[in-house]
Design a protein around this ligand. Structure first.
Ligand code: SF4
Length: 278
């Protein structure tokens, strides 16, 4: 068994590998970690690279994949890439769900037969509360997108991101849960999490500080390198944050995986690491 496989089997290195598909997005949410918007630098991982990383991950002993961005479905080939990836390892895709019209949702139908889920952002039970941070018309599109996925038997998780400084009334919290249940999503598939103070949230002065000890060390590969967590490769004033960079080297995948496993075992960082994590 390789060192990486042993670290995963022992629970030292989490089994999920994250891939940053891209950084652009059709939205521009006020708390976005990656300062995403339609015209930002795309920093894409090409589809074939994502597939080869998934195959390497499976060989190394990783147990599942997460895809994030940006909005992954802004990449024209993503509709078939996610199906291919879910055939390699169980898959979680983070999406704003606003691009899922009937034709596109239909292209995702094969996910209903695979170990796959799409995690959709929905912050409030009504449009006014949700759209304040995510833009006008977002709530209606998201709810429609969720309905289209659920109708096709695709597992959906709902993620609600809340500003920890804003008190949420119990009635609002209950109404949000009633909404996701009415859309066919169980309580187990509803995630509530605070805004993290990185990206636009940092500029706006909102959210919680996430120190490395607060973040599960889930290896995260981007076009720019390998990071400690999917909360690592964030963007600030258009520049990539590197405080959670493990190494710029991502080929073969065993290199960054072994580097992170070594760090978790108390070993030295790679020479190009810029970690505040020791
Ligand atoms: S938070 Fe998500 S949906 Fe909003 S701009 Fe960022 S990537 Fe897009």
């Amino acid at each position: 068994m390789s060192d990486v496989a042993a670290a995963i089997a022992d629970g030292v290195l989490p089994g999920r590998l994250w891939l940053y598909a891209n950084y652009h997005c059709n939205l521009a949410c006020t708390y976005c970690l990656t300062e995403s918007a339609p015209s930002v630098s795309r920093r894409e991982l090409p589809a074939e690279r994502m597939v080869s990383l998934a195959l390497e991950a499976r060989t190394l002993g990783f147990t599942d994949l997460g895809i994030t961005g940006g909005e992954p479905f802004m990449v024209p080939t993503m509709w078939r890439t996610v199906v291919e990836l879910a055939g390699i390892l169980p898959l979680l895709v983070l999406s704003n769900a606003t691009l899922f019209d009937d034709a596109r949702a239909e292209r995702l139908r094969p996910l209903s037969r695979l170990p796959a889920a799409i995690q959709v952002s929905l912050d409030h039970h009504d449009a006014a509360g949700n759209d304040e941070a995510r833009g006008p018309g977002n709530w209606a599109k998201v709810v429609d997108g969720i309905r289209r996925l659920v109708e096709r038997g695709i597992r959906v998780r709902v993620a609600s991101t809340l500003d920890p400084e804003v008190e949420v009334r119990e009635s609002d919290r209950s109404a949000l849960c009633e909404l996701h249940r009415s859309l066919g999503i169980d309580d187990d598939d509803h995630v509530v999490r605070p805004v993290v103070r990185r990206g636009r949230a940092r500029a706006a002065g909102i959210g919680v500080d996430a120190l490395p000890g607060d973040l599960p060390p889930e290896l995260t590969i981007t076009a720019d390198g390998a990071f400690w967590s999917p909360f690592g490769p964030t963007i600030r004033n258009g520049e990539l944050d590197t405080d959670l960079l493990v190494t710029r080297t991502t080929t073969p995948l065993e290199r960054p995986a072994a580097a992170l496993a070594r760090l978790l075992a108390g070993g030295p960082p790679t020479s190009d690491a810029q970690l505040g994590i020791r």
